[in-house]
Design a protein around this ligand. Structure first.
Ligand SMILES: Cc1c2[nH]c(c1CCC(=O)O)Cc1[nH]c(c(CCC(=O)O)c1C)Cc1[nH]c(c(CCC(=O)O)c1C)Cc1[nH]c(c(C)c1CCC(=O)O)C2
Length: 354
């Protein structure tokens, strides 16, 4: 980003540190805001940058990753950048035969369903993702005081793609394995926890200032199954990166019934989708954690006054909580008007300026 492209307004250092302060539940100058899936999808400049380059190939090109990661920061003036990549990148990097199909998502050529298949999940070495360290290094230089959020998919969500072979509504093969061969399931999640932890370590060591673990599909689980067969693997990931002192965020969709358990997994910040009011989410997560969320991404299709009214309700529910990071309750929908996001950022900053 050249000096001319830099957003004007509050000095970067003041504005941007709000995100890290909120993660640590310290007083903030305003409620920080960023959006899951802010990089890509809804932005015309993203589609232009990606033209002619496949998704996974884009993730391996530090110049493209840097450009796409910076785009929403320039345009919306969000308080944090999220590293442009995908949750399946570390799996691709260890040789899993998968691709990201446009409009579909990750598709795995040969699903993992037996003990023999497990051998395809070898440990991730930093050299497997050297391009990630390179891009993170470039980005932290460009971003200055704006924090960069690294991320990974949580073991359960990765397992779902690997076992189903692609996106799934009911996760039936995944659950068949979970209930039918508990030992294989435990070994699969444990391997994925190690791969995920290694992938997060690469990003943190290269300069990421926070990390988010996406357990997008964990809401498909009963609390008991989550606690007994999934939580230990996610907890292992958080524990593996605890020593760096960078904030760790934990997020899933439809996790209202799981928030109490997620609060024990080890993250510093727990994200909630729009189905649970934030004060209730914070109560379920328990003391000592910041919360992130949780405007319904579909609300952005309403007129601006309605978006503001809904955002005000989110801020109202978060009032009195130590540590709130404003976000959507899930990722930006592809057809979202980018201007609606820009205006929402400005609204949250103005409405919460202390
Ligand atoms: C479940 C999941 C995936 N990927 C991700 C999750 C967890 C978050 C969530 O629940 O939404 C995470 C992800 N994927 C991508 C990012 C980039 C950073 C960001 O802006 O947040 C992040 C954080 C880029 C991407 N990942 C993908 C694209 C679209 C690629 C294209 O242009 O064809 C992008 C920009 C592909 C992808 N990758 C995945 C799906 C379901 C899809 C297809 C549908 C879609 O468009 O989102 C798996």
């Amino acid at each position: 980003m050249s000096a001319n492209d830099r957003p004007t307004g509050p000095p970067t250092a003041t504005r941007d540190s709000a995100f890290l302060k909120a993660c640590r539940r310290e007083p903030v100058p305003h409620t920080p805001v960023w959006f899951m899936r802010q990089a890509g999808r809804s932005l015309p400049e993203y589609r232009k940058a990606r033209e002619g380059t496949a998704m996974l190939e884009s993730c391996m090109r530090p110049d493209l990753v840097t450009e796409i990661t910076l785009q929403p920061v320039r345009r919306h003036r969000v308080d944090a950048a999220i590293y442009f990549s995908d949750i399946v990148v570390p799996l691709k990097a260890i040789g899993v035969d998968l691709d990201i199909k446009p409009g579909v998502g990750p598709v795995v050529e040969k699903p993992i369903r037996s003990r023999a298949d497990l051998a395809r999940l070898r440990p991730l070495e930093p050299d497997d993702v050297a391009y990630v360290a390179e891009a993170v290094g470039m980005l932290t230089g460009e971003l200055g005081a704006t924090p960069l959020i690294g991320f990974a998919g949580a073991p359960f969500t990765l397992a779902s793609y690997l076992v189903e072979g692609g996106p799934s509504r009911n996760h039936e093969h995944t659950k068949a394995l979970m209930y039918g061969d508990p030992q294989l399931w435990a070994d699969l999640l444990d391997r994925l926890a190690d791969i995920t932890a290694a992938f997060l370590r690469v990003q943190i060591e290269a300069g990421a200032s926070a990390v988010q673990l996406f357990d997008s599909w964990a809401g498909a689980l009963r609390p008991r199954d989550y606690r007994e067969t999934v939580l230990p693997a996610s907890a292992k990931v958080f524990d593996a990166v605890a020593g760096y002192g960078v904030p760790r965020i934990h997020f899933g969709v439809g996790t209202g019934e799981l928030l109490g358990l997620m609060g024990t997994a080890g993250a510093d910040v727990v994200g909630a989708d729009w189905r649970v009011p934030l004060d209730e989410a914070a109560r379920r997560v328990g003391p000592g954690k910041a919360v992130q969320g949780n405007l319904d991404p579909a609300v952005l299709f309403a007129p601006h006054e309605a978006v503001e009214a809904q955002a005000a309700q989110v801020l109202e529910a978060a009032r009195g909580l130590d540590g709130h990071i404003f976000n959507l309750g899930h990722g930006v929908l592809p057809a979202t008007d980018p201007d609606a996001l820009t205006r929402l950022v400005a609204y949250v900053h103005e409405a919460t300026a202390r």
